[in-house]
Unconditional design. Structure first.
Length: 141
């Protein structure tokens, strides 16, 4: 009887841990995954080995630079841009050539403490279409 209870307890604990890790993985996947040619889009404090070091949506005014990382699929040979917008105004547009069927690329923006509020970066294809976008808040939450 004791062995059966111990087994059931271990089994229940394993199920709970599996469910928790699946929920955490699913939540992380939702925040960075996008549909269409943009497989991932992430604001990050840095890039290491062609990958974002973190995924941020809120940035304090002590940060003076932010990166926008995207992983593109099926856009080889096209010119794509990252369009940085603040308060509806285009602050920068960074074009790049997509060199392979799976292409990781990033751009960055220097931030000035007077530019607090919501920022948006859109991925613009060669035809001028917005194929994906994300936003972050700069300043106090």
């Amino acid at each position: 009887m004791k062995a059966t209870l111990r087994y059931r307890s271990c089994f229940a604990t394993a199920l709970i841990c599996t469910a928790m890790s699946t929920a955490i993985w699913a939540e992380e996947d939702i925040t960075t995954a996008m549909s269409g040619p943009v497989a991932r889009a992430v604001f990050t404090n840095g890039i290491n080995d062609r990958e974002p070091v973190d995924d941020v949506t809120q940035v304090g005014i002590d940060v003076n630079q932010i990166f926008f990382f995207t992983e593109l699929r099926g856009m080889a040979g096209q010119t794509v841009s990252h369009r940085w917008e603040y308060n509806g105004a285009v602050m920068a547009e960074v074009p790049f050539n997509v060199g392979a069927p799976r292409w990781r690329v990033w751009s960055s923006k220097k931030l000035v403490p007077a530019w607090t509020g919501e920022w948006q970066v859109s991925v613009i294809d060669a035809n001028g279409n917005n194929v994906g976008s994300r936003s972050f808040n700069y300043g106090a939450p």
